[in-house]
Design a protein around this ligand. Structure first.
Ligand code: MUC
Ligand code: MG
Length: 373
């Protein structure tokens, strides 16, 4: 099959969120998606997406740097070439150091085009789906305890979600504990709730707060300390009863291996963007599985394209800690013609070729920044 890459176009697409989304490091009112269209010979178009959170608040790549890395360095490496699968594509992209978020958008677009050409879903290209249905939790992050409780109750009643994550770390520990424990006690034992601190605490604070959260029924705590402090993250995972979920600290399979080698015994939040794409993230999953480390399907608050790319990858591995692929629901609008249906606490993959999406290109252009693309 001649799947020569003929052109790559990247847009920055800004879509407002349905409410302010408050994290320890930033409050989001809008999400910026770097959307990639990869045109391949034979008329096959692949779509990819990379998002981050709050510009440079989450990691070292911003939407603008993602677009610049793609337009200036990665697209010229790929256009005119033919790749038999995601691994040779990734090998070619190794000529550019780092920039995994940008590479993830390109790997996604390539897999979408390849899937369409071969008439198989992306999950088949990644090894085959073990399931077509994945559980999806929702993040409560309005910043207001009563609003969060009301939001959770409504979503439980609608049957949309049965588990929640809370973003904390921006306020004092006392305030955070009051907020989290009030929500957990209002929702009851049957509804799992975990917290994400996004690196905001030091070791002493983590040692004080996590056992108190655990006593109140919060059994998992995500990235409590700085991602560079892998000795602290490891010690917390070994000493505390709560599961420590590594997010910012585990990017690709090498950082995953380093953390495990250090003695980390919590769980990993996988994200396609951190690893460099839906095929690359499975290397992290396999390293973790070999070491008995549990897995969680994480989001960079992607729109539908990035969310589906992640779901295809997650469907091929056992995620004992569930997933949080709710990104499209946080956005006021969507650029695909048939949005995902979130119900019964999860989402179903359709089995359509590629990612299984059609992009509304008028809408894409409506929301795209005028960057000359
Ligand atoms: C993060 O750090 O996990 C995932 C869900 C959410 O609300 O924020 C993201 C980022
Ligand atoms: Mg996180």
């Amino acid at each position: 099959m001649d799947l020569t890459i003929e052109s790559i176009t990247c847009w920055l697409v800004d879509i407002p969120t349905i409410r302010p989304h408050k994290l320890s490091m930033v409050t989001m009112g809008c999400q910026t998606m770097a959307i990639v269209k990869m045109r391949c010979a034979g008329g096959f178009d692949g779509w990819g997406e990379a998002t981050t959170i709050g510009g440079l608040s989450y990691g070292a790549e911003s939407p603008e740097s993602i677009k610049s890395a793609i337009d200036t360095y990665l697209a010229p490496l790929l256009v005119g070439n033919t790749f038999s699968g995601p691994q040779p594509l990734a090998a070619a992209m190794q000529a550019v150091k780092g920039n995994n978020f940008a590479k993830s958008a390109l790997e996604t677009a390539f897999l979408d085009a390849l899937g369409k050409a071969l008439k198989v879903p992306v999950s088949t290209l990644l090894g085959g789906a073990l399931t077509d249905t994945l559980p999806i939790l929702w993040t409560l992050a309005s910043g207001d305890t009563q609003k969060d409780i009301a939001e959770a109750r409504q979503l439980i009643e609608e049957g949309r979600h049965r588990a929640f994550k809370l973003k904390i770390g921006a306020r004092s520990v006392q305030e955070d504990l009051r907020h989290v424990l009030a929500i957990k006690s209002a929702l009851g034992e049957a509804i799992p709730v975990h917290v994400d601190v996004n690196q905001a605490w030091d070791m002493a604070t983590a040692l004080e707060a996590i056992p108190r959260l655990y006593a109140g029924g919060i059994t998992m705590c995500e990235q409590p300390v700085d991602c560079r402090e892998i000795h602290h993250l490891t010690a917390l995972s070994q000493r505390l009863s709560a599961t420590i979920l590594a997010d910012e600290a585990v990017t690709d399979h090498r950082s995953g291996f380093a953390l495990i080698n250090h003695g980390f015994c919590g769980a990993f939040a996988l994200k396609i963007a951190k690893a460099g794409g839906p095929a690359q993230v499975l290397k992290v999953a396999h390293v973790a599985q070999s070491a008995g480390v549990e897995l969680y399907g994480g989001t960079m608050l992607e729109g539908t394209i990035g969310t589906l790319a992640s779901l295809h990858a997650w469907s091929t591995v056992k995620l004992s800690r569930g997933t949080e692929m709710f990104g499209p629901l946080l956005l006021k609008d969507d650029i695909v013609t048939r949005p995902l249906e979130f119900r019964d606490g999860g989402v179903r993959l359709s089995g359509a070729p590629g990612l299984g999406i059609d992009v509304d290109e008028d809408k894409l252009r409506h929301y795209a920044r005028n960057t000359g693309a």
